[in-house]
Design a protein around this ligand. Structure first.
Ligand SMILES: CC(C)(COP(=O)(O)OP(=O)(O)OC[C@H]1O[C@@H](n2cnc3c(N)ncnc32)[C@H](O)[C@@H]1OP(=O)(O)O)[C@@H](O)C(=O)NCCC(=O)NCCS
Length: 192
């Protein structure tokens, strides 16, 4: 992607929240990635298969490092500041520079579910998108059965816009997706 975003993805900056640090992934994260990505429950609603062995995690990290190098959309690693441990990922995985929107995807270690961590991380990523990537709209989608992800979107101020019929082909079948989005103008009101 040869546009204003390539520098951002090449040098993804560190973002901090109260309990989390968002930073570039590295090969040293392989053990932590494998720990959560090997659980079928974590992979149930995402496009990737659960990791069968550590080489799957190393492969995932190599692909991400290549994305940083190429300056194309890629994820931050989410580090729990208290434990100094990588507990998930979040990032813009689709962007339209011309129309100034970006779509965010995320996954978190099951040990840390339901403690508000993804809401905390997603808010920071939305803020970064509006403040530093000059986006006008941030989107996210989830499968109809992914209540936890839908709740995260709602808590971050995204509004439900409808169902994208058979939008995703993953794991051998088509899936309908719920589309949620927030505009910069609504974010400014939502976050005060
Ligand atoms: C989706 C996911 C990132 C949520 O992370 P999280 O840190 O647990 O999210 P939060 O704690 O910030 O918020 C989740 C909300 O959903 C609620 N929730 C979680 N599971 C739920 C369920 N099965 N039914 C109803 N609500 C549920 C939580 O109680 C919480 O709401 P609350 O704050 O009002 O109590 C995490 O579940 C995950 O990684 N899932 C697997 C990967 C995935 O689905 N990624 C998204 C693909 S679209």
């Amino acid at each position: 992607m040869r546009n204003g975003y390539s520098e951002i993805f090449r040098n993804l900056p560190i973002l901090e929240t109260e309990r989390l640090k968002l930073r570039k992934l590295s090969l040293r994260d392989a053990g932590d990635v494998f720990e959560y990505a090997s659980l079928p429950e974590v992979a149930e609603h995402v496009t990737w298969e659960h990791h069968r062995n550590i080489s799957d995690s190393i492969h995932y990290l190599r692909v991400t490092l290549q994305q940083y190098e190429d300056g194309v959309p890629s994820s931050w690693g989410i580090v729990h500041k208290g434990f100094g441990k990588l507990i998930g990922t979040i990032g813009y995985h689709a962007l339209s520079p011309q129309n100034r929107y970006g779509e965010v995807g995320y996954a978190l270690s099951k040990d840390f579910w339901k403690q508000g961590f993804m809401t905390e991380a997603f808010r920071e990523v939305i803020k970064f998108g509006f403040d530093h990537m000059k986006l006008n709209r941030v989107e996210a989608t989830c499968k109809l059965s992914n209540t936890a992800s839908e709740k995260v979107m709602q808590k971050c101020g995204l509004k439900y816009e409808g169902i994208l019929k058979q939008r995703l082909f993953a794991k051998g079948e088509y899936h309908d997706l719920k589309l949620y989005a927030i505009l910069k103008s609504d974010w400014e009101n939502h976050s005060g």
